[in-house]
Design a protein around this ligand. Structure first.
Ligand code: SF4
Ligand code: SF4
Length: 148
């Protein structure tokens, strides 16, 4: 779930759980996504490339907004019954989220862009800034240029 959306929680008592949540293995509790500033220049894109060097991190663009997505399960999601182990004190964002268009019941995501690792961002940066975009990171190529 992203910090801009909301989520209610699968409830501790099975009788209170929605049918959708009963069938779900807690999809919405297995990641979080935070909006990040739109990249404007080479440095901004390279910072995002750095995020993407990390495991279990992706970056996506939806409705023109950039998000950092951390694919990391909440410590309170039980892998036995897929319920919340912190139900009484679950954060507000979990309380607001509902099953109307959630990760299980919704139409899925309509990403304009989705980067799953740094290599995908490298390829994007080469298209955006030109094939020599990373030359400045390599002192040898600079030295070669100066010799000419
Ligand atoms: S993704 Fe939807 S159905 Fe699954 S636990 Fe979350 S709110 Fe319930
Ligand atoms: S606190 Fe509970 S409802 Fe919120 S993400 Fe964790 S397991 Fe899910």
């Amino acid at each position: 779930m992203s910090a801009k959306t909301s989520k209610t929680k699968k409830q501790t008592k099975k009788s209170k759980m929605t049918t959708a949540c009963q069938k779900c293995q807690g999809k919405c509790c297995r990641y979080f996504a935070l909006p990040i500033e739109d990249p404007e220049d080479w440095d901004d894109y390279d910072d995002i490339r750095w995020y993407l060097c990390h495991e279990n991190v992706t970056v996506f663009v939806e409705d023109g907004e950039w998000y950092l997505n951390v694919k990391n399960k909440c410590r309170y999601l039980s892998e036995k019954d897929f319920r919340c182990g912190n139900y009484e004190l679950r954060p507000h964002i979990c309380r607001k989220y509902d099953t109307e268009a959630c990760d299980l019941t919704g139409d899925g995501y309509d990403y304009e862009l989705h980067f799953e690792d740094d290599k995908q961002m490298e390829a994007y940066m080469k298209i955006k800034f030109g094939p020599k975009v990373f030359d400045k990171l390599n002192p040898k190529s600079k030295a070669k240029k100066k010799k000419k």
